[in-house]
Design a protein around this ligand. Sequence first.
Ligand code: ADP
Ligand code: TRP
Length: 331
Amino acid sequence: MDIVVSGIRSTGNLHLGNYIGAIRNFVKMQEENHCFFFIADYHSLTTHPTPADLYDSVKSVLVEFLACGLDPEKATLYIQSDVPEVAELYLLLNMNAYLGELERCTSFKEKIRTQPNNVNAGLLTYPTLMAADIIIHKAHKVPVGKDQEQHLEMTRTFAGRFNRMYHVDYFPEPVAYNFGEELVKIPGLDGSAKMSKSENENGAIFLTDPPEVIRKKVMRAVTDSGPTQHNQPKPLPVENIFLLMQAFSEPEKYTYFNDLYNRCEIRYGEMKKQLAEDIIAFTAPFREKIETLSGDTDYLGKVARMGAEKARESASKTIRDVREIIGFKGM
Ligand code: ADP
Ligand code: TRP
């Protein structure tokens, strides 16, 4: 049975990109694999949340995990900071992670650009913490969206380096995973290539967004004045609306609007209205469950404690082995 690990940072509510790129796969994978899914709250400290914000966002991601269909009886659901063994493995991996390779990481370069006043060591070593998250359970598969491909490549580098350095075959080299397809990227409504909460919140639709907010966001989505020649390629913001329709509407509706586009008869208003209603229908069951679960603090506490216990059992075994391999044998 494959071991599967993945995490989501606790930096706010989950959006449609998170669901399609990651969580939808978590839900499927929990049926037939040994799964560990966690809330990456150590990772979220790179942006310096207040204690109250940190708590609220961890809680909301846990609620949203459950509302999306993650089952704490089937998968191990836990909060990263409940498993301090991860922090120890992170420290050990950092000793063999090189400045050059960390600096070359695209997500780090992007952070230097977007937050030049907060380029902290946590950002630089984000990939080693992520590698620790994954290899602490000796994972084989990591369900993530396309943006995480490079982090997975670095995880394989760190795992392979450890094995070679200590002449062991201890850590598997995990692969990024999506069911039967390429890794996916859901675009933003604002013309950006990736729906994201950290980079362009306005282009994101959250699972918690009520219908009127979804309608407003979709109707505001960037388009253009329409094609002037038959069968023209679509400019990025328009392509995005079509990609969203492909993900959330019936295939016939996509074909209908695509044909109109190719005949230069497209009316974006009509298309966006349809897309908004389809997204509302898609998210409605999640919204309902989120509302019910949010108030059930006892249940959430129980889930988190149970997850922490199972995750620590697996993590502490790895840490015992790793200490032994490295040569920390005690006196
Ligand atoms: P964000 O970029 O909004 O901050 P995260 O980085 O927390 O989102 O992403 C959590 C998970 O969701 C990762 O596996 C990531 O690959 C996936 N993901 C995020 N945005 C998208 C997207 N637009 N399309 C597909 N997957 C995505
Ligand atoms: N870096 C991931 C993201 O931004 C979150 C994450 C942290 C993660 N640790 C992980 C994902 C381990 C998969 C496995 O989305």
